[in-house]
Design a protein around this ligand. Structure first.
Ligand code: ZN
Length: 406
């Protein structure tokens, strides 16, 4: 039985440039995303403003649709793998972010506000490595775990709807990691941020760098991202609210991320290098598209011999990863004939279904009578492989999408 993909009924709305307000744009990239419980296929169009060069999604999903997506879609901002222990990817990323923040002269006992703190990796790292007074904000229910398990003050809300009236006071530093690209009106958001930041405060922003989008089976230009930044456009948007880039984390740039520290424009900044203008953006997006097609082709030709073997032997195969990546993989190749279940390390998914398959935890692998596991993740492929490779000695094939272990 093959997989059927539904066409989207997501309401899409045309808008003007979030940076300059002009309604004058060109399509620069078309792709498909998946959304909703039924995983509808949504056409996504990325445009560039002909006036200011800002890159954004147009049309955008309607506000109520995207709100539903974050509230009810188990796949939104979900990770198939979350491990905080030393040496894990999350611990390494939190360390890099934390060390970058502490490099700036924030007062020792200053107030630090993490907007969009998610599972709290950065706050937890800062709690162990600084004396900062910490506050987190996130609309997901995970913030209660940070409060209960680590005693960190949290606000359960979106930032746009958070009541930060006078008794909230001002803060010495704000972190905005993987947030700005998601919001409807980034200029309004930055204005509100500036209003709670002390005049000599620091704003740390991290967004994906569209000039260095990482090609994989999963789409880098995804449904949740409404604005797409370069260093230049981030600087432009900060200027709009009277702020300036003060410093760029050069290390993050090598990983396809823009991580910067911004300050009020009245203060002197050391930053002067700007890159990522129109022609560069177009060139980089074309390059991304070509590499993505090549990766898809290589994956299909590498996985084919396994398919033939699994079909012939009526094998029982599990996919590791009940997330976005798997939809993109299944769209390339229909695996309905031999996949029997999905494995994921997120306990909240156990007992539920991913498409038509039941979801189990890695602890169940021994009891599932499997012949093979196909790891479906880009960022966590190596970590997942390391955690289950011992099953190979029991005769299980473990197949990865990118690196060659087999
Ligand atoms: Zn514009």
């Amino acid at each position: 039985m093959s997989i059927t993909w539904k066409k989207s009924c997501t309401e899409m709305i045309h808008g003007v440039c979030p940076l300059c307000g002009a309604d004058d744009k060109n399509n620069i990239y078309n792709t498909e995303n998946f959304t909703g419980a039924a995983r509808e296929v949504v056409q996504t169009v990325i445009v560039m403003c002909n006036q200011c060069g800002f890159v954004y999604t147009d049309p955008k999903p309607s506000f109520s649709k995207i709100k539903d997506f974050y509230e009810f879609d188990p796949h939104s901002s979900g990770h198939v793998y979350h491990d905080r222990k030393k040496g894990s990817l999350f611990e390494k990323v939190a360390t890099k972010r934390g060390e970058y923040i502490l490099r700036h002269s924030i007062p020792k006992n200053g107030r630090f506000f993490d907007i969009g703190c998610g599972k709290g990796d950065l706050l937890i790292w800062l709690k162990m490595n600084s004396n900062l007074e910490l506050i987190g904000l996130d609309p997901s229910n995970e913030v209660f775990e940070i409060e209960n398990d680590f005693g960190i003050e949290v606000i359960h809300s979106t930032f746009e709807h958070a009541d930060l009236s006078s008794n909230f006071g001002k803060v010495d530093a704000i972190s905005l990691t993987s947030v700005l690209e998601h919001v409807y009106d980034p200029v309004q958001l930055l204005k509100k941020i500036k209003s709670i930041l002390k005049p000599d405060g620091f704003l740390f922003i991290e967004v994906p760098d569209i000039t260095k989008a990482r090609p994989a089976l999963v789409e880098a230009f995804d449904y949740e991202h409404l604005s797409h930044f370069t260093i230049a456009s981030l600087q432009d948007i900060l200027h709009k609210v009277g702020m300036n880039i003060h410093d760029i984390d050069k290390h993050a740039l090598t990983e396809g991320r823009i991580r910067i520290c911004a300050v009020s424009s009245q203060r002197l900044t050391t930053f002067d290098a700007i890159s990522g203008y129109k022609s560069e953006i177009l060139r980089d997006i074309r390059g991304y598209e070509q590499k993505k097609r090549a990766i898809e082709k290589a994956f299909v030709s590498r996985i084919k011999p396994y398919f033939e073997k699994w079909k012939e032997l009526h094998s029982r195969v599990a996919i590791y990863g009940a997330g976005e990546h798997t939809y993109y993989m299944l769209r390339l190749i229909d695996m309905s004939d031999f996949v029997c279940c999905v494995i994921d390390s997120d306990k909240k998914k156990y007992g539920k279904k991913f498409m038509k398959w039941p979801i189990y935890g890695p602890a169940h692998i021994d009891t599932l009578n499997l012949d093979a596991i196909l790891i479906s993740s880009h960022a966590f492929e190596e970590e997942i492989y390391e955690s289950i490779k011992h099953f190979q000695t029991k005769g299980l094939d473990i197949i990865t999408c990118y690196s060659q272990h087999n």
